[in-house]
Design a binder for this molecule. Structure first.
Ligand code: GLP
Length: 260
Protein backbone atom coordinates (compact mmCIF):
# COMPACT_ATOMS: atom_id res chain seq x y z
CA UNK A 1 0.00 0.00 0.00
CA UNK A 2 1.15 3.50 -0.67
CA UNK A 3 2.08 5.60 2.31
CA UNK A 4 -0.39 8.48 2.42
CA UNK A 5 0.79 11.66 4.14
CA UNK A 6 -1.71 14.46 4.68
CA UNK A 7 -0.30 17.83 5.69
CA UNK A 8 -2.14 21.08 6.34
CA UNK A 9 -0.82 22.98 3.33
CA UNK A 10 0.81 22.24 -0.01
CA UNK A 11 3.85 24.20 1.17
CA UNK A 12 4.25 21.80 4.11
CA UNK A 13 3.99 18.81 1.73
CA UNK A 14 6.48 20.41 -0.66
CA UNK A 15 8.89 21.09 2.16
CA UNK A 16 8.78 17.45 3.31
CA UNK A 17 9.51 16.21 -0.21
CA UNK A 18 12.24 18.82 -0.78
CA UNK A 19 13.99 17.84 2.46
CA UNK A 20 13.92 14.21 1.38
CA UNK A 21 15.33 15.02 -2.07
CA UNK A 22 18.04 17.26 -0.57
CA UNK A 23 18.95 14.32 1.70
CA UNK A 24 19.20 12.00 -1.31
CA UNK A 25 21.49 14.47 -3.07
CA UNK A 26 23.70 14.63 0.03
CA UNK A 27 24.23 10.88 0.12
CA UNK A 28 24.31 10.48 -3.66
CA UNK A 29 25.20 13.72 -5.51
CA UNK A 30 24.45 11.97 -8.83
CA UNK A 31 20.86 11.21 -7.79
CA UNK A 32 18.39 10.93 -10.69
CA UNK A 33 15.07 12.71 -10.31
CA UNK A 34 11.99 12.07 -12.40
CA UNK A 35 10.34 15.44 -12.82
CA UNK A 36 6.73 16.26 -13.57
CA UNK A 37 5.23 19.39 -15.08
CA UNK A 38 1.85 20.97 -14.30
CA UNK A 39 1.19 23.26 -11.35
CA UNK A 40 1.28 20.62 -8.60
CA UNK A 41 5.06 20.10 -8.25
CA UNK A 42 5.86 23.84 -8.45
CA UNK A 43 5.97 24.29 -4.63
CA UNK A 44 8.48 21.41 -4.47
CA UNK A 45 10.71 23.14 -7.02
CA UNK A 46 10.38 26.40 -5.06
CA UNK A 47 11.38 24.57 -1.85
CA UNK A 48 14.32 22.91 -3.63
CA UNK A 49 15.46 26.30 -4.94
CA UNK A 50 15.56 27.46 -1.30
CA UNK A 51 17.53 24.37 -0.28
CA UNK A 52 19.98 25.09 -3.15
CA UNK A 53 20.34 28.70 -1.96
CA UNK A 54 21.18 27.28 1.47
CA UNK A 55 23.92 24.96 0.30
CA UNK A 56 22.22 21.90 -1.25
CA UNK A 57 24.13 20.91 -4.36
CA UNK A 58 22.25 19.52 -7.36
CA UNK A 59 24.94 20.18 -9.96
CA UNK A 60 25.67 16.47 -10.41
CA UNK A 61 22.05 15.36 -10.24
CA UNK A 62 20.24 14.19 -13.37
CA UNK A 63 16.59 14.66 -14.32
CA UNK A 64 14.22 12.89 -16.69
CA UNK A 65 10.89 14.51 -17.55
CA UNK A 66 7.74 12.45 -17.85
CA UNK A 67 6.38 13.81 -21.08
CA UNK A 68 6.33 16.37 -23.87
CA UNK A 69 3.85 17.77 -26.36
CA UNK A 70 4.29 16.78 -29.99
CA UNK A 71 4.88 19.40 -32.64
CA UNK A 72 5.33 22.62 -30.68
CA UNK A 73 7.89 24.92 -32.28
CA UNK A 74 11.37 24.68 -30.78
CA UNK A 75 11.63 26.93 -27.71
CA UNK A 76 7.84 27.32 -27.30
CA UNK A 77 7.45 28.57 -23.69
CA UNK A 78 4.83 25.91 -22.90
CA UNK A 79 6.79 23.00 -24.31
CA UNK A 80 7.75 20.81 -21.38
CA UNK A 81 11.41 21.20 -22.39
CA UNK A 82 11.02 24.94 -21.75
CA UNK A 83 8.96 24.42 -18.57
CA UNK A 84 11.48 21.95 -17.12
CA UNK A 85 14.32 24.29 -18.01
CA UNK A 86 12.59 27.27 -16.37
CA UNK A 87 11.13 25.58 -13.29
CA UNK A 88 13.65 22.84 -12.55
CA UNK A 89 17.03 23.19 -14.30
CA UNK A 90 17.46 26.91 -13.62
CA UNK A 91 15.96 26.98 -10.14
CA UNK A 92 17.88 23.97 -8.79
CA UNK A 93 21.08 24.74 -10.67
CA UNK A 94 21.10 21.46 -12.60
CA UNK A 95 23.55 20.82 -15.40
CA UNK A 96 21.56 21.11 -18.67
CA UNK A 97 23.56 18.19 -20.10
CA UNK A 98 22.03 15.92 -17.45
CA UNK A 99 18.42 16.99 -18.00
CA UNK A 100 16.36 14.89 -20.42
CA UNK A 101 12.94 15.52 -21.93
CA UNK A 102 11.25 13.32 -24.56
CA UNK A 103 11.72 14.71 -28.07
CA UNK A 104 8.40 15.98 -29.39
CA UNK A 105 9.83 17.20 -32.71
CA UNK A 106 7.65 16.04 -35.61
CA UNK A 107 10.47 14.75 -37.76
CA UNK A 108 11.58 11.49 -36.20
CA UNK A 109 8.60 11.30 -33.86
CA UNK A 110 8.14 7.61 -34.76
CA UNK A 111 11.30 6.74 -32.80
CA UNK A 112 11.00 9.31 -29.98
CA UNK A 113 9.64 6.77 -27.49
CA UNK A 114 12.25 4.17 -28.23
CA UNK A 115 15.06 6.73 -28.00
CA UNK A 116 13.85 7.96 -24.62
CA UNK A 117 13.53 4.44 -23.23
CA UNK A 118 17.08 3.73 -24.33
CA UNK A 119 18.37 6.92 -22.68
CA UNK A 120 16.59 6.00 -19.44
CA UNK A 121 17.90 2.46 -19.43
CA UNK A 122 21.47 3.43 -20.33
CA UNK A 123 21.41 6.01 -17.56
CA UNK A 124 20.33 3.45 -14.98
CA UNK A 125 16.78 4.62 -14.31
CA UNK A 126 15.17 7.07 -11.94
CA UNK A 127 15.70 7.14 -8.16
CA UNK A 128 12.72 9.30 -7.23
CA UNK A 129 9.84 10.08 -9.57
CA UNK A 130 7.66 13.09 -8.77
CA UNK A 131 4.12 12.68 -10.08
CA UNK A 132 1.01 14.80 -10.29
CA UNK A 133 -2.34 13.40 -11.36
CA UNK A 134 -4.69 14.74 -14.02
CA UNK A 135 -8.42 15.04 -13.48
CA UNK A 136 -8.82 12.06 -15.84
CA UNK A 137 -6.50 10.12 -13.52
CA UNK A 138 -3.57 10.35 -15.89
CA UNK A 139 0.05 9.99 -14.77
CA UNK A 140 2.39 11.74 -17.17
CA UNK A 141 0.06 11.80 -20.16
CA UNK A 142 -1.13 8.19 -19.79
CA UNK A 143 -4.82 8.70 -20.35
CA UNK A 144 -7.45 6.15 -19.24
CA UNK A 145 -6.96 2.87 -21.08
CA UNK A 146 -3.16 3.03 -21.02
CA UNK A 147 -1.57 -0.34 -20.43
CA UNK A 148 0.23 -0.81 -17.13
CA UNK A 149 3.06 -2.32 -19.18
CA UNK A 150 3.26 0.64 -21.60
CA UNK A 151 6.60 2.26 -22.43
CA UNK A 152 7.40 5.74 -23.71
CA UNK A 153 5.31 6.38 -26.82
CA UNK A 154 3.09 8.85 -28.65
CA UNK A 155 -0.41 9.22 -27.21
CA UNK A 156 -3.49 11.23 -28.13
CA UNK A 157 -4.67 13.59 -25.40
CA UNK A 158 -8.28 13.44 -24.25
CA UNK A 159 -10.43 16.51 -24.84
CA UNK A 160 -10.66 16.92 -21.05
CA UNK A 161 -6.86 17.10 -20.69
CA UNK A 162 -6.61 19.54 -23.59
CA UNK A 163 -9.24 21.73 -21.90
CA UNK A 164 -7.45 21.47 -18.53
CA UNK A 165 -4.16 22.49 -20.13
CA UNK A 166 -5.64 25.25 -22.31
CA UNK A 167 -4.94 27.65 -19.45
CA UNK A 168 -1.27 27.57 -20.41
CA UNK A 169 -2.00 28.52 -24.04
CA UNK A 170 -3.82 31.43 -25.70
CA UNK A 171 -6.67 29.20 -26.82
CA UNK A 172 -7.83 25.57 -26.82
CA UNK A 173 -6.95 25.02 -30.47
CA UNK A 174 -3.29 25.78 -29.71
CA UNK A 175 -3.07 22.82 -27.29
CA UNK A 176 -1.41 19.97 -29.17
CA UNK A 177 -3.44 16.84 -29.88
CA UNK A 178 -0.53 14.46 -29.28
CA UNK A 179 2.22 13.95 -26.73
CA UNK A 180 5.16 11.64 -26.07
CA UNK A 181 4.87 10.24 -22.58
CA UNK A 182 6.70 7.74 -20.43
CA UNK A 183 4.44 4.71 -20.18
CA UNK A 184 2.97 3.42 -16.94
CA UNK A 185 5.44 0.54 -17.22
CA UNK A 186 8.28 3.09 -17.49
CA UNK A 187 7.03 5.03 -14.47
CA UNK A 188 6.69 1.85 -12.42
CA UNK A 189 10.41 1.14 -12.95
CA UNK A 190 11.41 4.24 -10.94
CA UNK A 191 12.68 3.19 -7.53
CA UNK A 192 10.42 5.50 -5.49
CA UNK A 193 7.21 7.20 -6.63
CA UNK A 194 6.09 10.41 -4.92
CA UNK A 195 2.58 11.37 -5.99
CA UNK A 196 1.50 14.87 -5.04
CA UNK A 197 -2.02 16.30 -5.12
CA UNK A 198 -3.44 19.49 -3.67
CA UNK A 199 -6.96 20.91 -3.72
CA UNK A 200 -10.48 19.55 -3.88
CA UNK A 201 -10.36 19.13 -7.66
CA UNK A 202 -7.99 16.16 -7.21
CA UNK A 203 -9.94 14.41 -4.40
CA UNK A 204 -11.85 12.05 -6.72
CA UNK A 205 -8.83 11.00 -8.78
CA UNK A 206 -6.76 10.47 -5.62
CA UNK A 207 -9.41 8.31 -3.94
CA UNK A 208 -9.66 6.15 -7.04
CA UNK A 209 -5.89 5.93 -7.57
CA UNK A 210 -5.08 5.06 -3.96
CA UNK A 211 -8.11 3.02 -2.89
CA UNK A 212 -10.05 2.12 -6.01
CA UNK A 213 -9.73 -0.97 -8.15
CA UNK A 214 -6.49 -1.39 -10.08
CA UNK A 215 -7.67 -0.75 -13.59
CA UNK A 216 -6.35 0.74 -16.82
CA UNK A 217 -9.46 2.96 -16.73
CA UNK A 218 -7.78 4.81 -13.84
CA UNK A 219 -4.09 5.12 -14.79
CA UNK A 220 -3.26 6.50 -11.33
CA UNK A 221 -4.23 3.16 -9.78
CA UNK A 222 -0.99 1.75 -11.27
CA UNK A 223 0.76 3.10 -8.16
CA UNK A 224 -0.83 0.23 -6.21
CA UNK A 225 1.50 -2.13 -8.09
CA UNK A 226 4.67 -0.38 -6.91
CA UNK A 227 6.52 -1.40 -3.73
CA UNK A 228 7.56 2.11 -2.66
CA UNK A 229 5.03 4.91 -3.11
CA UNK A 230 4.51 8.05 -1.05
CA UNK A 231 1.34 10.07 -1.64
CA UNK A 232 1.55 13.63 -0.30
CA UNK A 233 -1.75 15.48 -0.01
CA UNK A 234 -3.39 18.49 1.55
CA UNK A 235 -6.67 17.90 3.45
CA UNK A 236 -8.81 18.89 0.41
CA UNK A 237 -7.13 16.37 -1.91
CA UNK A 238 -7.45 13.72 0.84
CA UNK A 239 -11.12 14.45 1.51
CA UNK A 240 -12.59 11.53 -0.48
CA UNK A 241 -10.25 8.87 0.94
CA UNK A 242 -12.11 6.20 2.88
CA UNK A 243 -9.23 5.28 5.17
CA UNK A 244 -7.94 8.77 5.87
CA UNK A 245 -8.24 8.33 9.66
CA UNK A 246 -5.94 5.33 9.42
CA UNK A 247 -3.42 7.24 7.27
CA UNK A 248 -3.36 10.00 9.89
CA UNK A 249 -2.97 7.41 12.66
CA UNK A 250 -0.08 5.70 10.84
CA UNK A 251 1.54 9.08 10.23
CA UNK A 252 1.25 10.06 13.91
CA UNK A 253 2.73 6.74 15.03
CA UNK A 254 5.41 6.39 12.41
CA UNK A 255 8.85 5.23 13.58
CA UNK A 256 11.19 8.22 13.24
CA UNK A 257 13.83 6.20 11.36
CA UNK A 258 11.49 5.29 8.51
CA UNK A 259 11.64 8.47 6.40
CA UNK A 260 9.43 8.57 3.33
C1 GLP B 1 -0.30 17.52 -17.19
C2 GLP B 1 0.98 16.69 -17.03
C3 GLP B 1 0.88 15.74 -15.85
C4 GLP B 1 0.33 16.48 -14.64
C5 GLP B 1 -1.06 16.99 -14.93
C6 GLP B 1 -1.73 17.66 -13.76
O1 GLP B 1 -1.25 16.94 -17.97
N1 GLP B 1 1.30 15.96 -18.20
O2 GLP B 1 2.17 15.19 -15.58
O3 GLP B 1 0.32 15.62 -13.51
O4 GLP B 1 -0.92 17.92 -15.99
O5 GLP B 1 -1.51 19.05 -13.80
P1 GLP B 1 -1.66 20.00 -12.57
O6 GLP B 1 -0.57 19.61 -11.62
O7 GLP B 1 -1.46 21.37 -13.11
O8 GLP B 1 -3.00 19.78 -12.00
Amino acid sequence: MAEVIVLDTKEAGASLVADHIAGLARTNPAVTLGVATGSTPLPVYAALEERAANGADFTQAAAFALDEYVGLPDGHPESYAAVVNREVTQRLGLDTARVHVPDGTLSGIETAGERYERALTEHGGVDLQLLGIGTTGHLGFNEPGSSFASLTRVKTLTERTRQDNARFFDSLDQVPMHCVTQGLGTILRARHLVLLAFGEGKAGAIAQAVEGPVTASMPGSAIQLHPHVTVVLDPAAASALQHRDYYRWAQDNKPAWQGI
